[in-house]
Design a protein around this ligand. Structure first.
Ligand SMILES: [Zn+2]
Length: 173
């Protein structure tokens, strides 16, 4: 299926490395969330580029909401990791009241940013979410209802998952 990039809603990340982020020097503090070892390494490599004091939060050991509770007005949030982890943390920061302009997302995975097997698909039929290695337009089996789903070119930032529809139109009822 030919897909026009202008009409897609695949997640748009700010950057693919902390080294290519445009930082705002007027920001009083950056709260930096990392999802894994690779993200920690990318932040360490480019730490000198961050123009303000910054605190690195390793989300494997520190609760995202607890870290957010320490944030002050004007702080910016930098989220670094693979697509699935970044999308999940981004949703929690937005739920805590941040707006897009206060958020920078850096995704280190390939293609659309998701590492193999970590793309999540929300089933339009049973509303469960299944992690999959399938790519967009490929099929996978829903972990909730067992229906064969096509991974649709729509990413829900709220659900941090792609939308999946039954590959068999007769199952859509
Ligand atoms: Zn399902």
């Amino acid at each position: 299926m030919a897909v026009s990039m202008a009409n897609t809603s695949v997640p748009r990340w700010s950057a693919r490395s902390v080294g290519s982020v445009e930082f705002d020097s007027r920001t009083p503090c950056y709260l930096v969330f990392v999802t894994d070892v690779r993200a920690l390494a990318d932040v360490a490599t480019h730490r000198a580029r961050i123009p303000a004091p910054s605190t690195v939060v390793d989300t494997r050991v520190v609760d995202v909401d607890a870290a957010l509770a320490s944030a002050r007005t004007g702080w910016r949030f930098l989220v670094v990791g693979d697509g699935a982890g970044v999308a999940r943390i981004r949703a929690r920061i937005v739920a805590a009241g941040a707006i897009d302009e206060e958020l920078i997302t850096v995704v280190l995975g390939a293609d659309d940013g998701f590492d193999a097997g970590t793309r999540e698909v929300f089933c339009a039929h049973c509303r469960s979410t299944t992690a999959t290695g399938a790519r967009i337009d490929e099929t996978m089996t829903c972990g909730g209802c067992g229906v064969e789903l096509v991974v649709y070119y729509h990413f829900s930032r709220r659900r941090h998952a792609y939308l999946g529809y039954s590959a068999d139109a007769e199952n859509l009822s």
